[in-house]
Design a protein around this ligand. Structure first.
Ligand code: FCX
Length: 435
């Protein structure tokens, strides 16, 4: 079967049964206690969300439907023999839990192309902003404008039965995923190039087309883009962008509203904006020393200078991970294969050895190791995408691949409105005094 929607339709009853059984027979099973640390510590370590697509193990990192990044690189269809996975494959995997064939991926590629036409008013909405507006502001504005065409909103207005919610949600998510590259590419062309839209190429897959519409056609860059989208798609449910999308969609706000909100969370410097901050920081280091060839002592001094001025070292640390992020590792492998002598890559390589012991010495950093954002910037920079303020938009496009499938499942499984309990400071003190 090469049709994703009918493949999904077949799976839904089985998943609904599984969730129903959990609710009926195991509703009171405890998954851990809520502690004061969790309440005032950003809910770290609190298991509170159902997320189908992926899970992050602190030691091992991300698994997409149980598969590690190297396993995905091996199993998912590619554009070229031995190449990087096609993002369409991860989308199929995240949604169905099954590894797609090349035919299924090609059919999904075709489906996404057929849905990709962006209404003119979305570009006009972006044009209403000053060109100086941050790329993420322009991108989120474009996504909000796409909401005008929400199928879910229309269906809900006309009284659709709740057992059918997932169907217009599927339409919205697929349209959204199909349209974001053109919106994102427009933002780039408008801010950094001549403002002219480069039309989609019907012969190209999703990742390659996005790169093409940005203005980059180097085959290696196309490969990097496929890998980039695949590894940035999903990172379980608790990260700020994914959780935001799930939360905002829970009162039946449509996928566009939910995804735009997710983008606004992704735009925070401790989350997705970190990739921008990494390249900015690396450039500042190079400017400071007048060369990318910097010795260990000099780098140490610079890192301490950053920390002493009350800033974080961007690209290091994580809320869940306690080892080097496998998304970092696979980008490093890509760089070792394609740009082993690039001076900025060599600098990033040095930082992976020098930063962790310094962060460890602070005595409070739970994870001193590099994360995904520590690496992507130097690769993009190498292929000519040098404007770091744009980087988080690429992350945003990719995240639609993780958020979309979960929103579809949220509606298929009848997930309720999200409404955790909060507590006042006085009540918290009262409870603690009794403990
Ligand atoms: N540099 C300096 N200090 C750091 C640090 C870093 N890279 N990472 C953590 N710390 C500090 C925290 O700021 C905190 O200090 P405080 O007690 O004075 O407030 C202390 O160490 C404990 O934080 P910790 O529990 O280890 O980390 P959190 O779960 O609170 O935060 C992030 C995790 C990712 C936000 C944190 O490590 C950080 O700020 N890193 C730099 C920004 C970054 O790279 N973000 C991208 C993350 C991710 F990959 C993504 O979402 O894209």
């Amino acid at each position: 079967n090469t049709d994703l929607k009918s493949e999904l339709q077949e799976l839904i009853p089985e998943y609904q049964e599984r969730v129903k059984k959990l609710k009926k027979d195991y509703g009171k099973v405890e998954l851990g206690n809520t502690t004061v640390d969790m309440v005032i510590g950003g809910m770290r370590g609190m298991t509170a969300l159902l997320w189908l697509g992926s899970a992050v193990d602190p030691e091992e990192g991300i698994r997409f439907r149980g598969m590690s990044i190297p396993e995905c690189q091996k199993a998912l269809p590619t554009a070229i023999p031995g190449g990087e996975p096609l993002p369409e494959g991860i989308l199929w995997l995240l949604l169905t839990g099954k590894i797609p064939s090349k035919e299924q991926v090609d059919s999904l590629s075709q489906e996404l192309r057929s849905r990709a036409t962006v209404p003119g008013f979305a570009y006009k909405a972006i044009d209403a902003l000053p060109v100086s507006a941050h790329p993420m502001t322009q991108f989120a504005t474009g996504v909000m404008a796409l909401q005008v065409e929400s199928e879910f909103q229309k269906a809900h207005q006309s009284g659709i039965h709740k057992t059918k919610y997932w169907e217009p949600t599927y339409e919205d998510c697929m349209n959204l995923i199909a349209r974001v590259p053109a919106v994102a590419a427009y933002v780039y062309r408008r801010i950094y190039k001549d403002g002219k839209i480069i039309p989609m190429d019907d012969s190209l897959d999703y990742g390659a087309n996005y790169s093409h519409m940005l203005g980059f056609d180097d085959p290696q860059m196309l490969e990097f883009m496929r890998l980039y989208i695949t590894i940035h798609s999903d990172h379980e449910g608790g990260n700020v962008s994914s959780h935001t999308a799930h939360l905002v969609a829970s009162p039946l706000s449509d996928p566009y509203l939910a995804f735009a909100a997710a983008l606004n969370g992704l735009a925070g410097p401790l989350h997705g904006l970190a990739n921008q901050e990494v390249l900015r920081w690396i450039r500042a280091v190079v400017a400071h020393f007048g060369t990318p060839h910097i010795n260990e002592e000099q780098l140490k001094d610079y890192i301490l200078k950053t920390l002493n001025s009350g800033q974080v070292v961007p690209g290091f640390g994580h809320g869940v991970l306690r080892k080097t992020d496998p998304r970092y590792t696979c980008q490093r492998e890509f760089a070792l294969k394609h740009l082993p002598d690039d001076p900025l890559f060599l600098l990033v390589s040095k930082l992976k050895d020098i930063v962790p012991p310094i962060l460890t010495q602070l005595g409070k950093v739970k994870n001193p190791w590099p994360n995904v954002d520590a690496h992507s910037g130097v690769l993009l920079n190498y292929y000519g995408l040098t404007e770091e303020n744009y980087f988080t938009v690429l992350f945003g496009v990719s995240r639609s691949f993780g958020v979309g499938p979960q929103l579809i499942w949220d509606r298929a499984l009848g997930m309720p409105l999200e409404r955790p309990k909060s507590v006042t400071l006085e009540r918290l003190e009262e409870l603690c005094a009794k403990a």
